[in-house]
Ligand binder design. Structure first.
Ligand code: GLA
Length: 360
C-alpha cells in the first residue's frame, strides 16, 4: 500500500493548513479533511445572517456539524466573519422603519458577539472579527461626494462611520476565549493602494486602543501574482505587530493570464472576454496554477515566523465559489480548478511538491 502523505503533518513546523467548508463538503470529504488539514473555517455558516436571522434569535444548527468535524479532527476553528457588509440581515440597519442609530448597531454587535462566543468559544482559536471594510477605489468627489478615501461606503459605514469596526473589536475582545486571536480580514491585501487603506484601518484601531492580533490575507488570486508585493505586504503587516493568517487562498484560472492588479467584476469593462478566456481549461493553465502554488508556499514558508495558518477557500475542485463567480444565475459553471485537490479529491501534483519541499 502506498504511503498517504499529509500536507498538514508535513507543515506542522511551519503553519497550520486549513480549509473553508460547508456541512455538505464536510460529509463528502470527511477522510480528506482528516488526512490533510488541521484547521477549519465555516464558509458561510458562522456569518451574521445564518446565525442571527431575526434579532435575538440565534441559530447555530448550520455551523454545528462543522464544529463536530473540527472536534473529530482534534483541531479548532478560524471563525469567519461576524461583521461584514454582506450576508448581514436587513434588520441590523433599521430601527423600526427608520435608520438605526450607531449606539443601537453597537448594542446589536455586542449581543451577537456574546452569543457567538458563548456557543463557540471552546472550539475557536481565531476570529475574523471584521471583514472587508476598506474600499477598492479612490472616491470620485462628483460621483461619491463625502465618501471616505479609506473605508467602504457600506450601510454600516454610512450609519456609524468607523465606529462599527471599533465596536466589533471591543465586543469580541470582551467575550472571546482568552487564547483566541482577533483578526481583520480583507482581499486585494497586497495591492499597494488597497494595502495602504488596510494599514490605515488597522492603525486607527490600534490608536484607539482596540486589540487586533492579526491580519487575514485572503489571497484570492485572480490575477498573475506579484510575488514581490506579497513579500512586501507580509513584512509591512508583520512590522505592525500583527500575526498573519492566509485565510482564503485559491488560484483561479484567471491568475494564469490576467495581468491587472485587481480581479475584474461583473460590469467592469472587459469582464465578458475575461470570463470567456477563463472558460478554457488547458493543461498549460493547470500547470501554471500548480507552479503558482509551489511559489506561494515557498514564500509563506520563508515567513513562517509570522504566518500561523494557510487556509484554502474550499477543499477540492469539485466545489468552489469561483465556478459561479460573476456569473448570471443559470449560466453554465465555469470550472476554475483553484484548489490543491482535484475534482475527485485527489491531490494535484503540487501537493507532493509542497511536501517534498519540506522533507529534510
Ligand atoms: C469573501 C468572503 C468570504 C466568501 C468569499 C467568496 O472573500 O470573505 O466569506 O464569501 O468572499 O465565497
Amino acid at each position: 500500500m502506498s504511503e498517504i502523505l499529509s500536507l498538514a503533518k508535513a507543515y506542522e513546523k511551519y503553519f497550520k493548513i486549513g480549509a473553508a467548508v460547508s456541512p455538505m463538503q464536510v460529509k463528502k470529504h470527511h477522510d480528506l479533511l482528516l488526512q490533510q488539514f488541521n484547521s477549519l473555517t465555516a464558509e458561510n455558516e458562522m456569518k451574521y445572517e445564518p446565525t442571527e436571522p431575526e434579532e435575538g434569535k440565534f441559530c447555530f444548527d448550520l455551523a454545528d456539524p462543522i464544529v463536530a468535524m473540527a472536534r473529530e479532527m482534534s483541531v479548532k476553528i478560524r471563525a469567519h466573519a461576524p461583521v461584514w457588509h454582506n450576508q448581514t440581515p436587513a434588520w441590523m440597519y433599521l430601527d423600526g422603519d427608520r435608520p438605526a442609530a450607531p449606539e443601537l448597531i453597537y448594542e446589536r454587535i455586542d449581543a451577537h458577539s456574546k452569543a457567538l462566543c458563548e456557543h463557540f468559544n471552546q472550539d475557536v482559536y481565531a476570529w475574523d472579527v471584521v471583514n472587508e471594510a476598506t474600499r477598492d477605489d479612490v472616491p470620485d468627489p462628483e460621483k461619491n461626494p463625502g465618501e471616505s478615501p479609506v473605508y467602504r461606503n457600506s450601510e454600516y459605514y454610512k450609519l456609524c462611520g468607523t465606529g462599527f469596526i471599533e465596536a466589533a473589536f471591543r465586543s469580541m475582545s470582551k467575550y472571546a476565549a482568552p487564547d483566541a486571536q482577533l483578526f481583520y480580514n480583507d482581499y486585494s491585501e497586497t495591492v499597494p493602494d488597497k494595502r495602504d487603506r488596510i494599514v490605515s484601518l488597522i492603525r486607527n484601531l490600534q490608536e484607539k486602543g482596540c486589540r487586533v492580533d492579526g491580519i487575514g490575507m485572503q489571497q484570492h488570486h485572480m490575477a498573475v501574482p506579484d510575488y514581490d508585493e506579497i513579500k512586501r505586504s507580509i513584512e509591512i503587516y508583520a512590522n505592525m505587530g500583527l500575526r498573519i493568517h492566509v485565510t482564503e487562498l485559491d488560484i483561479s484560472m484567471m491568475a494564469t493570464f490576467n495581468q491587472g492588479n485587481y480581479r475584474l467584476k461583473p460590469g467592469d469593462p472587459g469582464f465578458e472576454e475575461y470570463i470567456k478566456e477563463a472558460l478554457k481549461t488547458t493543461p498549460e493553465k493547470l500547470a501554471k496554477i500548480n507552479k503558482i502554488y509551489v511559489k506561494l508556499f515557498e514564500i509563506y514558508r520563508s515567513y513562517a515566523d509570522v504566518i500561523d495558518c494557510v487556509t484554502t477557500w474550499g477543499i477540492a475542485d469539485d466545489y468552489t465559489w469561483l465556478d459561479f463567480f460573476g456569473m448570471k444565475p443559470g449560466s453554465p459553471i465555469i470550472k476554475q480548478h483553484p484548489l490543491l485537490f482535484d475534482i475527485n479529491g485527489e491531490p494535484k501534483p503540487c501537493v507532493a511538491q509542497l511536501i517534498d519541499a519540506v522533507k529534510n
